[in-house]
Structures are given as C-alpha cells and as structure tokens.
Design a protein around this ligand. Structure first.
Ligand code: SF4
Length: 220
C-alpha cells in the first residue's frame, strides 16, 4: 500500500467543509439542545444504524423533556419510546438509554466517564460510540470510525481493513495525533454528500487524485 499525503488529504476535506460552511458532526449538524457529555452519549447511541436527520429529531424531542441522567432514568419507558420512535430499533434503544442513565446516575455520580474502557461497560456502547463521545464531548484525542470513515479510508487507500477496529488502528498510525478528532467530522459530511456508499461523485471530489478506487487500484 503506497503512502498517502494524509495532511494534504485532510486539508482538502477541511477546505471543502469550510467553503460549504456546514461542518459535520456525529449527528451531521450542531445540537440545538444542552450539549453535555451525557446528551452526547445518548445521542450517539440513538445514531447507531440510523440516519442523521431522524437521530437529530429524536434527540431534540428527548432532551427537551429529559436531558440529565436523573430525569431520563425516571422517565416512563412508553414516553421515552414515543419520543425516540423515529430511530431504528427504538424499543431496544429505549431500554438501553434508560439503563445508561441509571448507571451514570447511581454508579458514576452523574459523571459520564472519559475513559474508553469505562464507557464501553455501558449498554450499547461499543468502540465507535465510545470514541465519538471522547472526541466530541471530551475533546480527547480519538478517532471515531463510523461507516463513513471506514468506507472512505478504505476507498482512498489510507487503510486496508475489513473491520472498523482495524481502520481505527491503521489511521492512528498515519494521521498526526493533533488531527485525530477532526477525521470523523471531516469524513461524515463528505461521505454523505460526495463519497456516498452508492455512486460516489468522483467528478466533484477534491481528493480523487489520491484515491485508489478512482485510480482503479482497488475495488469497492
Ligand atoms: S474519488 Fe470517488 S471514491 Fe475516491 S474519495 Fe473521491 S468520491 Fe470517494
């Protein structure tokens, strides 16, 4: 695998993001609710296997009523389910987020942990969710590898990995640490608008000269 000019690639994605004045986030836009580590954690769980727009709407409704661990753990299950009905797997997520709220309130002193191992002890919090919370809520150096980061990194040839965990490890070896947090933010919006899962728009892509898929040296 040839070395890629990672800083140049991230610079170009950054310029595109600034020009469009619509930087991405774990939810594709800035939250309208009180942004805390707790709301970031819950919103990231809601975003799993779900579209950004419906995640955003569900988060907005949920946090208008219950935006702290104490409030959410005491909220009636049917009410929470109703508020987040727009997301996929809402029943399972209702149970998980109420239990997360209980654990954070009763066992963690209302503080969402800022270490990956502790975060991953919570229901429905895997490596991707934990890294997103670290990067977005705690501003810790972490690379949140969601479906967009995984797909784009492999297409361009920054990594060769079948699983997001491998993508995270390989990206950490080539991306300067000070840029780790920005990787997800830059690639999410780029993956929604340009390097889409189906029919990526190579013709308007600012990094195509570096891309293995575009150059024909890898297959999707
Ligand atoms: S050239 Fe195409 S496949 Fe490669 S990063 Fe750009 S949009 Fe994605």
């Amino acid at each position: 695998m040839e070395d890629k000019p990672i800083d140049e690639i991230l610079d170009r994605l950054e310029r595109r993001s600034i020009e469009r004045a619509s930087p991405g986030s774990a939810l594709g836009r800035k939250p309208s609710w009180n942004a805390t580590p707790f709301t970031a954690l819950i919103a990231t769980v809601l975003s799993q296997r779900n579209r950004d727009e419906s995640t955003y709407r569900a988060s907005e409704r949920l946090f208008a009523a219950y935006d702290t661990p104490a409030k959410l753990m005491s909220a009636p299950e049917e009410k929470v389910d109703e508020l987040i009905r727009s997301v996929n797997f809402h029943r399972g997520k209702t149970k998980a987020i109420r239990e997360i709220a209980r654990i954070v309130h009763e066992e963690m002193g209302d503080e969402v942990p800022s270490e990956i191992e502790q975060l991953m002890t919570l229901p429905m919090v895997g490596r991707k969710t934990a890294n997103c919370v670290l990067a977005y809520a705690f501003r810790v150096d972490a690379i949140c590898v969601d479906v967009h980061v995984h797909r784009i990194s492999n297409r361009v040839g920054l990594v060769r990995s079948a699983a997001p965990e491998g993508t995270e490890e390989q990206l950490k070896m080539i991306v300067p640490r000070k840029r780790w947090r920005s990787v997800n933010e830059l690639m999410v919006r780029f993956g929604q608008e340009v390097c889409t899962p189906v029919n990526p728009k190579h013709d308007i892509c600012p990094i195509r000269e570096f891309c293995d898929l575009y150059n024909g040296s890898m297959k999707d």
